[in-house]
Each structure stands twice: as structure tokens, then as C-alpha cells.
Design a binder for this molecule. Structure first.
Ligand SMILES: [Zn+2]
Length: 187
């Protein structure tokens, strides 16, 4: 594969074990890493997601990407983080403020949505794909998305943040969904 190539990676669905495994810190910031980041953006855009963590494409590295479109927002609701491609490598939340609740979905749980409690604002430190250090304050949907993706690299799926009842309902649907697709493949 050339360095300018586009690759769509396979998005794994729960109950894949990789989704509940903690990812490792990135130590080497090279062309291979930057190609992987580019592939993650291509994969996320094609799947129609706003965030993607490496665990979801079967790689146990602490890499996540976010790109939130403003296309469904009223002009007064457009924020500075809209329509920007963010790469977070080895991210770590240093402070949290306030509380919020949002109807979350996940590319690894297709068609499953439920409310999850999150901090309203987060401050984090991270590296970019060149190994340079950054820090950032996030709020709104950007902060929610960051917390969801950070959970992924810690091996935490969003159902773990729900009540046992809601989590059980979604996990059951996912098990049924994957049984149904196995049967389809067998004809
Ligand atoms: Zn997710």
C-alpha cells in the first residue's frame, strides 16, 4: 500500500474481545502510524461516525480520531471544534467539570442508542501523529465524543456506563444480531 493510498478498515462489533481490552501507549511516531491515522479517518467517514478508536479496527494502540460535522447545526450553534479533524495519541484527561447526558451511539454497536452520563467539560493532554505534545479543553458534543473514544482505548464500551437493565437489553440485541448474520452466511 502506498503512503497516499486510501484504506477502509474493518470495524469490529461487540462482543469482539478487542473492544474490552486496554490499548497500549504509542511509542513510535513514524509513517506507518500516520498512514494508520489516515486510514482511521477514511474508515470513520465511510461508516458515518464522528469518532473512532483504534480498538474498533482491531488494533490495541492508544489512537483516536474525531471529526464532527456542523452540517445539521444552526449557524449560532457552530463551534470552533466543528468540521476539524482531530487526532489524539496517548490522550489522558487531566480534569473534568460538570455533568451532561447525551443519546450516544457506537459504530461497534450498530443501530443501538441510549443515554450516557458524561462530564460536560474535559481538559486533556495528548500527542499528535508527529509525537508533539498538546493540551486542549473540550465541551459540548466534542467533550462527550472524546470521553466515549477514551473509554474505548481503556477497553470500556458505552454499555458499561448504562444501567444494568439498559446495558443488558443492548448486549442481548447485539448477540441476536451476530447470531442472525452467522445464519445468513450459512445460507
Ligand atoms: Zn464507540
Amino acid at each position: 500500500m502506498g503512503l497516499c493510498g486510501m484504506a477502509i478498515l474493518n470495524v469490529v462489533e461487540w462482543p469482539a474481545k478487542v473492544l474490552e481490552t486496554r490499548a497500549n501507549e504509542v511509542a513510535v511516531f513514524n509513517g506507518e502510524l500516520r498512514q494508520f491515522v489516515s486510514d482511521m479517518f477514511d474508515t470513520m467517514e465511510k461508516a458515518g461516525g464522528i469518532g473512532l478508536a483504534a480498538n474498533q479496527v482491531d488494533r490495541l494502540v492508544r489512537v483516536l480520531v474525531i471529526h464532527i460535522s456542523s452540517k445539521n447545526e444552526e449557524p449560532e450553534d457552530i463551534r470552533d471544534w466543528h468540521d476539524k479533524k482531530f487526532v489524539f495519541i496517548n490522550p489522558s484527561i487531566t480534569s473534568k467539570k460538570g455533568k451532561t447526558k447525551y443519546l450516544e451511539g457506537c459504530l461497534s454497536f450498530p443501530e443501538q442508542y441510549d443515554y450516557v452520563d458524561r462530564a460536560a467539560e474535559v481538559t486533556l493532554v495528548y500527542k499528535d501523529e508527529w509525537g508533539k505534545d498538546h493540551s486542549l479543553e473540550a465541551d459540548g458534543l466534542f467533550a462527550i465524543c472524546l470521553q466515549h473514544e477514551l473509554d474505548h482505548i481503556d477497553g470500556v464500551v458505552f454499555t458499561s456506563r448504562m444501567s444494568r437493565l439498559k446495558s443488558g437489553r443492548i448486549r442481548k440485541k447485539m448477540l441476536q444480531r451476530n447470531q442472525i448474520s452467522d445464519m445468513d452466511e450459512e445460507g
